[in-house]
Design a binder for this molecule. Structure first.
Ligand code: UD1
Ligand code: CA
Length: 521
Protein backbone atom coordinates (compact mmCIF):
# COMPACT_ATOMS: atom_id res chain seq x y z
CA UNK A 1 0.00 0.00 0.00
CA UNK A 2 1.10 3.55 -0.61
CA UNK A 3 1.37 5.42 2.69
CA UNK A 4 -0.07 8.90 3.10
CA UNK A 5 2.64 11.48 2.46
CA UNK A 6 4.00 12.63 5.83
CA UNK A 7 3.76 16.26 6.87
CA UNK A 8 7.54 16.42 6.95
CA UNK A 9 10.78 14.48 6.79
CA UNK A 10 13.62 15.61 9.02
CA UNK A 11 17.18 14.54 8.28
CA UNK A 12 19.71 14.80 11.11
CA UNK A 13 23.10 15.89 9.82
CA UNK A 14 24.58 18.09 12.52
CA UNK A 15 27.07 15.62 13.96
CA UNK A 16 30.82 16.06 13.52
CA UNK A 17 31.56 12.62 12.10
CA UNK A 18 34.97 12.61 13.77
CA UNK A 19 35.65 8.96 12.96
CA UNK A 20 35.86 9.82 9.26
CA UNK A 21 39.08 11.75 10.08
CA UNK A 22 38.31 14.07 7.25
CA UNK A 23 38.30 17.75 6.40
CA UNK A 24 35.10 17.01 4.48
CA UNK A 25 31.96 16.72 6.63
CA UNK A 26 30.80 13.11 6.86
CA UNK A 27 27.48 13.63 5.12
CA UNK A 28 29.27 15.11 2.08
CA UNK A 29 31.32 11.97 1.45
CA UNK A 30 30.03 10.21 -1.64
CA UNK A 31 28.99 6.74 -2.69
CA UNK A 32 27.24 5.77 -5.92
CA UNK A 33 27.73 9.29 -7.21
CA UNK A 34 25.81 11.05 -4.46
CA UNK A 35 26.73 12.45 -1.08
CA UNK A 36 25.44 10.55 1.93
CA UNK A 37 22.97 13.35 2.69
CA UNK A 38 21.81 13.36 -0.95
CA UNK A 39 20.93 9.67 -0.56
CA UNK A 40 18.86 10.56 2.50
CA UNK A 41 17.19 13.41 0.59
CA UNK A 42 16.40 11.10 -2.35
CA UNK A 43 14.81 8.52 -0.03
CA UNK A 44 12.85 11.31 1.69
CA UNK A 45 11.61 12.66 -1.66
CA UNK A 46 10.06 9.28 -2.47
CA UNK A 47 7.61 9.83 0.40
CA UNK A 48 6.45 13.09 -1.20
CA UNK A 49 6.50 14.88 2.16
CA UNK A 50 4.95 18.30 2.72
CA UNK A 51 8.32 19.62 3.81
CA UNK A 52 11.88 18.40 4.14
CA UNK A 53 14.25 19.84 6.69
CA UNK A 54 17.91 19.05 7.28
CA UNK A 55 19.39 19.82 10.69
CA UNK A 56 22.98 21.06 10.40
CA UNK A 57 25.70 22.42 12.66
CA UNK A 58 29.15 20.92 11.99
CA UNK A 59 30.65 22.58 8.85
CA UNK A 60 27.32 24.33 8.49
CA UNK A 61 28.13 26.40 5.38
CA UNK A 62 29.52 23.51 3.32
CA UNK A 63 26.63 21.22 4.19
CA UNK A 64 23.94 23.86 3.66
CA UNK A 65 25.29 24.97 0.29
CA UNK A 66 25.50 21.35 -0.91
CA UNK A 67 21.88 20.80 0.14
CA UNK A 68 20.87 23.94 -1.72
CA UNK A 69 22.42 22.35 -4.85
CA UNK A 70 20.93 18.88 -4.61
CA UNK A 71 17.58 19.66 -2.96
CA UNK A 72 16.80 23.35 -3.31
CA UNK A 73 13.34 22.87 -1.77
CA UNK A 74 14.76 21.50 1.51
CA UNK A 75 14.77 23.70 4.60
CA UNK A 76 17.89 24.10 6.69
CA UNK A 77 17.58 24.10 10.47
CA UNK A 78 20.53 25.15 12.60
CA UNK A 79 21.07 23.10 15.70
CA UNK A 80 21.85 25.14 18.81
CA UNK A 81 24.73 24.42 21.20
CA UNK A 82 22.80 21.76 23.12
CA UNK A 83 24.18 18.37 22.08
CA UNK A 84 22.23 15.25 21.19
CA UNK A 85 19.68 13.92 18.75
CA UNK A 86 16.83 15.25 20.92
CA UNK A 87 18.24 18.75 20.62
CA UNK A 88 18.65 18.31 16.86
CA UNK A 89 15.01 17.32 16.46
CA UNK A 90 13.86 20.23 18.64
CA UNK A 91 15.66 22.63 16.34
CA UNK A 92 14.34 20.89 13.24
CA UNK A 93 10.78 20.94 14.52
CA UNK A 94 10.90 24.61 15.43
CA UNK A 95 12.11 25.42 11.90
CA UNK A 96 9.26 23.34 10.45
CA UNK A 97 6.76 25.06 12.73
CA UNK A 98 8.12 28.53 11.93
CA UNK A 99 7.97 27.95 8.18
CA UNK A 100 4.52 26.37 8.41
CA UNK A 101 3.28 29.44 10.25
CA UNK A 102 5.06 31.74 7.79
CA UNK A 103 3.45 29.90 4.85
CA UNK A 104 0.04 30.21 6.47
CA UNK A 105 0.58 33.94 7.01
CA UNK A 106 1.70 34.37 3.42
CA UNK A 107 -1.36 32.49 2.17
CA UNK A 108 -3.61 34.69 4.32
CA UNK A 109 -4.73 31.61 6.23
CA UNK A 110 -3.78 32.98 9.62
CA UNK A 111 -6.15 35.61 10.78
CA UNK A 112 -7.26 35.61 14.36
CA UNK A 113 -6.38 31.99 14.84
CA UNK A 114 -3.55 31.16 17.16
CA UNK A 115 -0.13 30.55 15.72
CA UNK A 116 -0.11 27.20 17.53
CA UNK A 117 -2.84 25.87 15.27
CA UNK A 118 -0.48 26.33 12.38
CA UNK A 119 2.37 24.28 13.69
CA UNK A 120 3.21 21.10 11.81
CA UNK A 121 0.56 18.43 12.29
CA UNK A 122 0.47 14.78 11.38
CA UNK A 123 3.41 12.47 10.75
CA UNK A 124 7.01 13.60 10.93
CA UNK A 125 9.64 11.14 9.71
CA UNK A 126 13.05 11.53 11.33
CA UNK A 127 16.02 9.93 9.64
CA UNK A 128 19.76 10.35 9.54
CA UNK A 129 22.13 11.85 6.99
CA UNK A 130 24.47 8.88 7.29
CA UNK A 131 22.30 5.84 6.46
CA UNK A 132 22.59 5.74 2.65
CA UNK A 133 21.11 2.25 2.24
CA UNK A 134 17.76 3.30 3.68
CA UNK A 135 15.63 3.93 0.62
CA UNK A 136 12.17 5.32 0.01
CA UNK A 137 10.61 1.84 0.10
CA UNK A 138 11.89 1.18 3.63
CA UNK A 139 10.82 4.63 4.85
CA UNK A 140 7.44 4.06 3.18
CA UNK A 141 7.02 0.73 4.99
CA UNK A 142 7.74 2.48 8.29
CA UNK A 143 5.15 5.18 7.57
CA UNK A 144 2.63 2.51 6.55
CA UNK A 145 3.20 0.58 9.80
CA UNK A 146 2.82 3.81 11.78
CA UNK A 147 -0.51 4.55 10.10
CA UNK A 148 -1.86 1.01 10.32
CA UNK A 149 -1.03 0.69 14.01
CA UNK A 150 -2.24 4.20 14.86
CA UNK A 151 1.00 4.91 16.70
CA UNK A 152 2.34 8.02 18.37
CA UNK A 153 5.86 6.78 17.57
CA UNK A 154 7.07 4.02 15.28
CA UNK A 155 10.76 3.16 15.34
CA UNK A 156 12.73 1.21 12.76
CA UNK A 157 14.73 -1.56 14.43
CA UNK A 158 17.02 -4.37 13.33
CA UNK A 159 18.33 -7.60 14.76
CA UNK A 160 22.12 -7.50 14.55
CA UNK A 161 24.82 -9.96 15.59
CA UNK A 162 26.88 -7.25 17.32
CA UNK A 163 24.80 -4.49 18.88
CA UNK A 164 27.76 -2.64 20.44
CA UNK A 165 27.25 1.12 20.40
CA UNK A 166 23.61 1.07 19.38
CA UNK A 167 20.58 1.94 21.44
CA UNK A 168 18.73 -1.24 22.50
CA UNK A 169 15.01 -1.82 22.07
CA UNK A 170 13.49 -2.84 25.40
CA UNK A 171 10.19 -4.67 24.99
CA UNK A 172 7.65 -5.76 27.61
CA UNK A 173 6.56 -9.36 28.09
CA UNK A 174 3.74 -8.71 25.59
CA UNK A 175 6.29 -7.59 23.02
CA UNK A 176 5.33 -3.90 23.21
CA UNK A 177 8.22 -1.45 22.85
CA UNK A 178 8.75 0.17 26.25
CA UNK A 179 11.82 2.32 25.70
CA UNK A 180 15.23 2.62 24.09
CA UNK A 181 18.35 2.44 26.23
CA UNK A 182 21.60 3.79 24.84
CA UNK A 183 24.59 1.45 24.92
CA UNK A 184 26.50 3.71 27.32
CA UNK A 185 23.57 3.78 29.73
CA UNK A 186 22.70 0.09 29.47
CA UNK A 187 23.27 -2.50 32.19
CA UNK A 188 24.57 -5.92 31.11
CA UNK A 189 21.14 -7.51 30.69
CA UNK A 190 20.07 -4.71 28.31
CA UNK A 191 23.36 -4.88 26.41
CA UNK A 192 22.52 -8.53 25.74
CA UNK A 193 19.54 -7.41 23.60
CA UNK A 194 20.23 -7.84 19.88
CA UNK A 195 17.40 -5.66 18.63
CA UNK A 196 18.80 -2.18 17.99
CA UNK A 197 17.42 1.26 17.24
CA UNK A 198 18.18 2.15 13.63
CA UNK A 199 17.73 5.83 14.46
CA UNK A 200 14.80 6.24 12.04
CA UNK A 201 11.32 7.07 13.31
CA UNK A 202 7.86 8.31 12.47
CA UNK A 203 6.36 10.60 15.10
CA UNK A 204 3.01 12.22 15.53
CA UNK A 205 4.05 15.88 15.46
CA UNK A 206 2.00 17.02 18.46
CA UNK A 207 3.17 14.15 20.68
CA UNK A 208 6.77 14.73 19.58
CA UNK A 209 6.54 18.42 20.44
CA UNK A 210 5.23 17.61 23.94
CA UNK A 211 7.81 14.91 24.63
CA UNK A 212 10.74 17.03 23.40
CA UNK A 213 9.83 19.62 26.04
CA UNK A 214 10.34 16.98 28.73
CA UNK A 215 13.75 15.63 27.68
CA UNK A 216 16.60 15.88 30.16
CA UNK A 217 20.35 15.43 29.92
CA UNK A 218 20.32 13.03 32.84
CA UNK A 219 22.28 10.26 31.08
CA UNK A 220 25.77 8.92 30.53
CA UNK A 221 26.52 11.38 27.71
CA UNK A 222 24.85 14.47 29.15
CA UNK A 223 22.92 14.90 25.91
CA UNK A 224 19.27 15.29 24.99
CA UNK A 225 18.37 11.85 23.65
CA UNK A 226 15.68 11.65 21.01
CA UNK A 227 15.31 8.02 22.05
CA UNK A 228 13.78 9.11 25.36
CA UNK A 229 10.75 10.34 23.41
CA UNK A 230 9.49 6.74 23.16
CA UNK A 231 9.07 6.21 26.91
CA UNK A 232 7.65 9.74 27.29
CA UNK A 233 5.09 9.08 24.53
CA UNK A 234 3.98 5.89 26.31
CA UNK A 235 3.62 7.77 29.60
CA UNK A 236 1.44 10.30 27.77
CA UNK A 237 -0.80 7.43 26.65
CA UNK A 238 0.43 7.07 23.07
CA UNK A 239 1.07 3.81 21.27
CA UNK A 240 4.70 3.01 20.48
CA UNK A 241 5.40 0.53 17.74
CA UNK A 242 8.36 -0.84 15.85
CA UNK A 243 9.12 -2.15 12.39
CA UNK A 244 11.93 -4.67 12.25
CA UNK A 245 13.94 -4.04 9.07
CA UNK A 246 13.88 -7.14 6.86
CA UNK A 247 17.56 -6.61 6.00
CA UNK A 248 19.60 -5.42 8.99
CA UNK A 249 22.52 -4.36 6.80
CA UNK A 250 20.32 -1.76 5.10
CA UNK A 251 20.06 0.31 8.27
CA UNK A 252 23.76 0.39 9.03
CA UNK A 253 25.14 3.88 9.40
CA UNK A 254 28.42 5.19 8.05
CA UNK A 255 30.77 6.32 10.79
CA UNK A 256 34.22 5.72 9.28
CA UNK A 257 35.76 5.07 5.89
CA UNK A 258 35.64 1.31 6.28
CA UNK A 259 31.88 1.55 6.66
CA UNK A 260 31.76 4.09 3.82
CA UNK A 261 33.35 1.57 1.45
CA UNK A 262 31.11 -1.22 2.74
CA UNK A 263 28.00 0.88 2.21
CA UNK A 264 29.25 1.88 -1.25
CA UNK A 265 29.72 -1.76 -2.20
CA UNK A 266 26.34 -2.79 -0.84
CA UNK A 267 24.57 0.06 -2.59
CA UNK A 268 26.35 -0.76 -5.84
CA UNK A 269 25.29 -4.40 -5.63
CA UNK A 270 21.72 -3.26 -5.11
CA UNK A 271 21.88 -0.88 -8.08
CA UNK A 272 23.55 -3.41 -10.41
CA UNK A 273 21.05 -6.12 -9.44
CA UNK A 274 18.20 -3.70 -10.06
CA UNK A 275 19.45 -3.11 -13.61
CA UNK A 276 19.94 -6.82 -14.26
CA UNK A 277 16.34 -7.43 -13.17
CA UNK A 278 15.30 -4.63 -15.51
CA UNK A 279 16.88 -6.46 -18.47
CA UNK A 280 20.46 -5.19 -18.59
CA UNK A 281 23.20 -7.79 -19.09
CA UNK A 282 26.00 -7.27 -16.58
CA UNK A 283 28.69 -9.84 -17.18
CA UNK A 284 30.61 -9.24 -13.96
CA UNK A 285 28.65 -7.46 -11.22
CA UNK A 286 31.70 -7.54 -8.94
CA UNK A 287 33.70 -5.21 -11.19
CA UNK A 288 30.82 -3.10 -12.46
CA UNK A 289 30.06 0.19 -10.71
CA UNK A 290 26.90 2.09 -11.54
CA UNK A 291 25.98 5.38 -9.86
CA UNK A 292 22.49 5.91 -8.49
CA UNK A 293 21.51 8.42 -11.19
CA UNK A 294 22.69 6.39 -14.20
CA UNK A 295 20.03 4.98 -16.51
CA UNK A 296 20.19 1.97 -18.79
CA UNK A 297 17.67 0.51 -21.19
CA UNK A 298 16.78 -3.18 -21.33
CA UNK A 299 19.19 -5.18 -23.52
CA UNK A 300 22.12 -2.89 -22.89
CA UNK A 301 25.26 -4.92 -22.08
CA UNK A 302 27.90 -3.91 -19.56
CA UNK A 303 31.22 -5.78 -19.75
CA UNK A 304 33.65 -6.29 -16.83
CA UNK A 305 35.61 -3.44 -15.29
CA UNK A 306 33.13 -0.74 -16.24
CA UNK A 307 32.18 2.32 -14.19
CA UNK A 308 29.15 4.37 -15.15
CA UNK A 309 28.93 7.66 -13.32
CA UNK A 310 26.74 10.72 -12.99
CA UNK A 311 23.93 11.09 -15.48
CA UNK A 312 25.27 8.47 -17.89
CA UNK A 313 22.61 6.89 -20.10
CA UNK A 314 23.02 3.67 -22.08
CA UNK A 315 20.40 2.80 -24.69
CA UNK A 316 19.14 -0.62 -25.74
CA UNK A 317 21.50 -2.92 -27.61
CA UNK A 318 24.57 -0.85 -26.73
CA UNK A 319 27.66 -2.59 -25.35
CA UNK A 320 29.87 -0.72 -22.88
CA UNK A 321 33.20 -2.08 -21.70
CA UNK A 322 35.32 -3.84 -20.81
CA UNK A 323 37.39 -1.42 -18.72
CA UNK A 324 35.42 1.69 -19.52
CA UNK A 325 34.70 4.70 -17.33
CA UNK A 326 31.93 7.03 -18.44
CA UNK A 327 30.74 10.12 -16.58
CA UNK A 328 27.68 11.96 -17.88
CA UNK A 329 27.93 10.18 -21.23
CA UNK A 330 24.95 9.29 -23.42
CA UNK A 331 25.41 6.06 -25.37
CA UNK A 332 23.01 5.58 -28.29
CA UNK A 333 21.16 2.46 -29.28
CA UNK A 334 23.39 -0.35 -30.48
CA UNK A 335 26.61 1.62 -30.00
CA UNK A 336 29.84 -0.11 -28.97
CA UNK A 337 32.11 1.55 -26.42
CA UNK A 338 35.28 -0.44 -25.74
CA UNK A 339 38.00 0.58 -23.24
CA UNK A 340 37.02 4.23 -23.19
CA UNK A 341 37.46 7.02 -20.66
CA UNK A 342 34.78 9.60 -21.36
CA UNK A 343 32.90 12.48 -19.81
CA UNK A 344 30.10 14.79 -20.94
CA UNK A 345 29.97 13.16 -24.35
CA UNK A 346 27.21 11.89 -26.59
CA UNK A 347 27.68 8.76 -28.67
CA UNK A 348 25.17 8.26 -31.48
CA UNK A 349 23.21 5.12 -32.30
CA UNK A 350 25.27 2.37 -33.89
CA UNK A 351 28.49 4.32 -33.35
CA UNK A 352 31.79 2.71 -32.36
CA UNK A 353 34.27 4.10 -29.87
CA UNK A 354 37.55 2.59 -28.75
CA UNK A 355 39.59 0.76 -27.82
CA UNK A 356 41.78 3.16 -25.78
CA UNK A 357 39.89 6.35 -26.53
CA UNK A 358 39.61 9.53 -24.46
CA UNK A 359 36.35 11.41 -24.93
CA UNK A 360 36.48 14.80 -23.24
CA UNK A 361 33.56 17.14 -22.60
CA UNK A 362 31.64 18.34 -25.60
CA UNK A 363 32.30 15.34 -27.80
CA UNK A 364 29.29 14.47 -29.95
CA UNK A 365 29.57 11.48 -32.27
CA UNK A 366 26.83 11.00 -34.86
CA UNK A 367 24.95 7.91 -35.89
CA UNK A 368 27.23 5.05 -37.00
CA UNK A 369 30.28 7.26 -36.57
CA UNK A 370 33.60 6.00 -35.26
CA UNK A 371 36.22 7.32 -32.89
CA UNK A 372 38.92 4.70 -32.79
CA UNK A 373 42.10 3.66 -31.04
CA UNK A 374 44.27 6.25 -29.30
CA UNK A 375 42.09 9.18 -30.26
CA UNK A 376 41.39 12.12 -27.95
CA UNK A 377 38.45 14.40 -28.63
CA UNK A 378 37.20 17.56 -26.94
CA UNK A 379 34.38 19.92 -27.86
CA UNK A 380 34.12 18.10 -31.17
CA UNK A 381 31.06 17.24 -33.18
CA UNK A 382 31.71 14.35 -35.53
CA UNK A 383 28.80 13.78 -37.89
CA UNK A 384 26.91 10.64 -38.81
CA UNK A 385 29.01 7.98 -40.56
CA UNK A 386 32.19 10.00 -40.10
CA UNK A 387 35.31 8.36 -38.74
CA UNK A 388 38.39 9.29 -36.79
CA UNK A 389 39.80 5.79 -36.65
CA UNK A 390 43.38 6.05 -35.39
CA UNK A 391 45.81 8.08 -33.28
CA UNK A 392 44.34 11.58 -33.55
CA UNK A 393 43.48 14.66 -31.52
CA UNK A 394 40.25 16.39 -32.48
CA UNK A 395 39.65 19.48 -30.35
CA UNK A 396 37.26 22.36 -31.01
CA UNK A 397 36.04 21.02 -34.32
CA UNK A 398 32.96 20.27 -36.32
CA UNK A 399 33.26 17.41 -38.78
CA UNK A 400 30.34 16.83 -41.14
CA UNK A 401 28.85 13.53 -42.27
CA UNK A 402 30.54 10.65 -44.13
CA UNK A 403 33.98 12.20 -43.68
CA UNK A 404 37.20 10.47 -42.69
CA UNK A 405 40.09 11.84 -40.69
CA UNK A 406 43.28 9.96 -41.55
CA UNK A 407 45.48 8.27 -38.99
CA UNK A 408 47.62 10.48 -36.82
CA UNK A 409 45.91 13.78 -37.65
CA UNK A 410 45.89 16.67 -35.21
CA UNK A 411 43.41 19.50 -35.00
CA UNK A 412 45.64 22.29 -33.71
CA UNK A 413 43.19 24.38 -31.72
CA UNK A 414 45.53 26.39 -29.54
CA UNK A 415 48.12 28.91 -30.69
CA UNK A 416 49.44 29.44 -27.20
CA UNK A 417 47.11 32.38 -26.57
CA UNK A 418 43.68 31.66 -27.98
CA UNK A 419 41.70 28.59 -28.87
CA UNK A 420 40.02 28.44 -32.28
CA UNK A 421 37.87 25.91 -34.01
CA UNK A 422 37.94 24.19 -37.36
CA UNK A 423 35.16 23.04 -39.60
CA UNK A 424 35.33 20.03 -41.90
CA UNK A 425 32.44 19.46 -44.34
CA UNK A 426 30.67 16.31 -45.53
CA UNK A 427 32.38 13.52 -47.52
CA UNK A 428 35.81 14.99 -46.80
CA UNK A 429 38.94 12.83 -46.84
CA UNK A 430 41.60 14.20 -44.52
CA UNK A 431 44.83 12.35 -45.33
CA UNK A 432 46.94 10.63 -42.75
CA UNK A 433 49.20 12.65 -40.48
CA UNK A 434 47.54 15.98 -41.21
CA UNK A 435 47.86 19.08 -39.09
CA UNK A 436 44.82 21.36 -39.28
CA UNK A 437 45.72 24.73 -37.84
CA UNK A 438 42.55 26.39 -36.56
CA UNK A 439 40.63 28.33 -37.55
CA UNK A 440 40.38 26.56 -40.87
CA UNK A 441 37.49 25.38 -43.00
CA UNK A 442 37.49 22.40 -45.35
CA UNK A 443 34.66 22.34 -47.87
CA UNK A 444 32.41 19.41 -48.72
CA UNK A 445 33.99 16.62 -50.71
CA UNK A 446 37.54 18.02 -50.41
CA UNK A 447 40.66 15.86 -50.03
CA UNK A 448 43.93 16.61 -48.30
CA UNK A 449 47.19 14.82 -49.01
CA UNK A 450 49.12 12.68 -46.56
CA UNK A 451 51.18 14.73 -44.13
CA UNK A 452 49.51 18.00 -45.14
CA UNK A 453 49.69 21.04 -42.90
CA UNK A 454 46.45 22.89 -43.49
CA UNK A 455 46.72 26.57 -42.59
CA UNK A 456 44.20 27.98 -45.03
CA UNK A 457 40.66 27.10 -46.01
CA UNK A 458 40.23 24.37 -48.59
CA UNK A 459 37.35 24.89 -51.05
CA UNK A 460 34.77 22.18 -51.68
CA UNK A 461 36.03 19.45 -53.96
CA UNK A 462 39.67 20.64 -53.93
CA UNK A 463 42.79 18.63 -53.11
CA UNK A 464 45.10 20.38 -50.65
CA UNK A 465 48.67 19.23 -50.32
CA UNK A 466 51.95 20.74 -49.32
CA UNK A 467 54.18 17.77 -48.69
CA UNK A 468 57.81 18.09 -49.81
CA UNK A 469 58.83 15.73 -52.57
CA UNK A 470 60.77 12.64 -51.69
CA UNK A 471 64.49 12.55 -52.50
CA UNK A 472 66.32 9.27 -53.11
CA UNK A 473 70.11 9.25 -52.85
CA UNK A 474 71.20 5.88 -54.19
CA UNK A 475 73.93 4.04 -52.31
CA UNK A 476 74.07 6.64 -49.54
CA UNK A 477 74.03 4.14 -46.67
CA UNK A 478 76.97 2.10 -47.93
CA UNK A 479 78.97 5.30 -48.54
CA UNK A 480 78.07 7.26 -45.41
CA UNK A 481 77.32 4.53 -42.87
CA UNK A 482 79.83 1.86 -43.78
CA UNK A 483 80.19 -1.07 -41.42
CA UNK A 484 76.69 -0.69 -39.96
CA UNK A 485 74.09 -3.47 -40.02
CA UNK A 486 72.07 -1.24 -42.38
CA UNK A 487 74.98 -1.04 -44.81
CA UNK A 488 75.37 -4.82 -44.66
CA UNK A 489 71.63 -5.29 -45.28
CA UNK A 490 71.79 -2.86 -48.21
CA UNK A 491 74.74 -4.74 -49.71
CA UNK A 492 72.97 -8.09 -49.33
CA UNK A 493 69.84 -6.72 -51.04
CA UNK A 494 71.97 -5.35 -53.89
CA UNK A 495 73.78 -8.68 -54.29
CA UNK A 496 70.47 -10.55 -54.34
CA UNK A 497 69.14 -8.20 -57.04
CA UNK A 498 72.34 -8.72 -59.07
CA UNK A 499 72.27 -12.52 -58.79
CA UNK A 500 68.57 -12.64 -59.76
CA UNK A 501 69.73 -10.75 -62.80
CA UNK A 502 67.24 -7.94 -62.48
CA UNK A 503 66.26 -7.01 -66.00
CA UNK A 504 68.29 -4.18 -67.40
CA UNK A 505 65.04 -2.34 -68.15
CA UNK A 506 64.00 -2.38 -64.49
CA UNK A 507 67.45 -1.20 -63.41
CA UNK A 508 67.31 1.67 -65.87
CA UNK A 509 63.85 2.70 -64.63
CA UNK A 510 65.09 2.71 -61.07
CA UNK A 511 68.10 4.86 -61.91
CA UNK A 512 65.91 7.29 -63.88
CA UNK A 513 63.48 7.63 -60.97
CA UNK A 514 66.34 8.37 -58.60
CA UNK A 515 67.73 11.04 -60.91
CA UNK A 516 64.26 12.58 -61.22
CA UNK A 517 63.88 12.99 -57.48
CA UNK A 518 67.32 14.54 -57.17
CA UNK A 519 66.38 17.00 -59.84
CA UNK A 520 63.15 18.03 -58.14
CA UNK A 521 64.83 18.51 -54.80
C1 UD1 B 1 21.80 7.19 17.75
C2 UD1 B 1 20.70 6.70 18.70
C3 UD1 B 1 20.86 5.22 18.92
C4 UD1 B 1 20.83 4.48 17.61
C5 UD1 B 1 21.86 5.05 16.65
C6 UD1 B 1 21.65 4.46 15.28
C7 UD1 B 1 20.24 8.58 20.15
C8 UD1 B 1 20.42 9.13 21.49
N1 UD1 B 1 20.82 7.41 19.93
O1 UD1 B 1 23.03 6.99 18.41
O2 UD1 B 1 19.84 4.72 19.75
O3 UD1 B 1 21.07 3.10 17.82
O4 UD1 B 1 21.71 6.47 16.53
O5 UD1 B 1 22.70 4.83 14.44
O6 UD1 B 1 19.57 9.17 19.34
N2 UD1 B 1 23.07 14.33 15.25
C9 UD1 B 1 22.71 15.64 15.20
N3 UD1 B 1 22.93 16.42 16.28
C10 UD1 B 1 23.48 15.93 17.41
C11 UD1 B 1 23.84 14.59 17.46
C12 UD1 B 1 23.61 13.79 16.37
O7 UD1 B 1 22.20 16.11 14.19
O8 UD1 B 1 23.66 16.72 18.37
C13 UD1 B 1 22.84 13.50 14.08
C14 UD1 B 1 24.11 12.91 13.54
O9 UD1 B 1 24.68 13.79 12.57
C15 UD1 B 1 23.63 11.62 12.93
C16 UD1 B 1 22.44 11.24 13.80
O10 UD1 B 1 22.04 12.41 14.45
O11 UD1 B 1 23.18 11.82 11.62
C17 UD1 B 1 22.79 10.18 14.83
O12 UD1 B 1 23.82 10.70 15.64
P1 UD1 B 1 24.95 9.77 16.27
O13 UD1 B 1 25.86 10.61 17.08
O14 UD1 B 1 25.55 8.92 15.23
O15 UD1 B 1 24.04 8.92 17.26
P2 UD1 B 1 24.46 7.60 17.96
O16 UD1 B 1 25.18 7.92 19.20
O17 UD1 B 1 25.10 6.70 17.01
CA1 CA C 1 25.73 6.83 14.55
Amino acid sequence: MTPTPPAAVMILAAGAGTRMRSATPKVLHRIAGRSLVAHALAAAAELDPGRTVVVVRHEREAVASHIADVAPHALIADQDAVPGTGSAVRCGLSTLDATTVAAAVAAGAIGDRAVLDNQVQGSVVVTSGDVPLVDGALLGALVAAHEEQGNAVTVLTAEVPDATGYGRIVRGTDGAVLRIVEHKDAPAEVRAIREINAGIYVFDAAGLRDALAHLTTDNAQGELYLTDVLALAREAGGRVGALVAPDASAVEGVNDRVQLAAAGGALNRRIVEGWMRAGVTVVDPATTWIDADVELEADATVLPGTQLHGATYVAAGATVGPDTTLTDVEVGEGATVTRVHGSLAKIGPGATVGPFTYLRPGTVLGKKGKIGAFVETKNATIGAHSKVPHLSYVGDAIVGEHSNVGAGSIFVNYDGVTKSSSHVGDHVRIGSDNTLIAPVEIGDGAYTGAGAIIRHDVPAGALALNAVSQQVVEGWVERRRPGTPSAAAARAAQDADDSRGLSSGAQEERAAAAADHKGEA
